[in-house]
Write a new protein. Sequence first.
Length: 306
Amino acid sequence: MNLKIKNKNILTLDELDSKEIEHLLELGLEFKKQQKKGHEKPILQNKTLAMIFEKPSTRTRVSFEVGMLQLGGHAITLSADNLQMARGETISDTAKTLSRYVDVIMARVYDHDTLEEFSEHSSIPVINGLSDLYHPCQILADFMTIKEHKKNLKKIKIAWIGDGNNVCNSLILGCSKLKTQISVATPDGFEPSSVAVSTAKLHTDIEITNDPIKAVENADVVMTDTFVSIHNTDKNRLEKFLPKFTVTPNLMEQAKKDAIFLHCLPAKRDQEVSSVVIDGPQSVVWDEAENRLHVQKALLVSLLNV
Ligand code: CP
Ligand code: NVA
């Protein structure tokens, strides 16, 4: 069932072609089944993952660590503050050093360029565990969740409402690879990265609008994320989003009747989403959080080619 991923690093999601994405989703579903039955094999025995965090994390840290553990491997958590990088050791020297000890690196950083530089000097795979610009692992879990609930990712429409942020940038790259219809509604000035949009537009058409009602029209999936990401410092951001871009029951009613709601979490209830939506029957956010574990196992196994 294994397939070697052509690119060494996963930094944006653009590194994967549609066949590789489909394979990871299938493998993630298979790992989920195996884990529920208690049938997992220690296929990552003697493999070590180093995880570097410049920013806080709950899901990314725990799902990667537990994933390695469940497959017989090991994970080391490194806070960027406690590495010699904090005292001026270069990114390249750190990458070269870690490459001599561990088999794969996952890093959560502020500046996306840090990851680019890290992966340039690392001889082992580097996975983006979130940067200011992209969050590819989240979108793999989101696609796996959508596949579970909607079966065919190619025949659906996804609506992204709110901030054109890191999660949104990876989402549009992923949708372009799978040729999934996507409409993004953001306030003026909060559109997704122009690089991500132009890259995605090489493969497919993407609707970008300032009208959330237009975006959710006929949508099978409605997604949002916090309006204030970890790297955002502008205190007046929220007023640009509220109340127009909150995913309310009224907005959900404009989508298809059987539309599902996704949020990568952590959520600010009654800011980007009404409590009744995120805690209601259309929400699949707990499946989505769980699927980080399964699809990242698929990613690790495929990058390590075991
Ligand atoms: N969704 C996500 O990446 O969550 P954490 O910030 O808790 O890792
Ligand atoms: N956009 C959010 C995602 C958190 C998982 C952030 O960058 O803080």
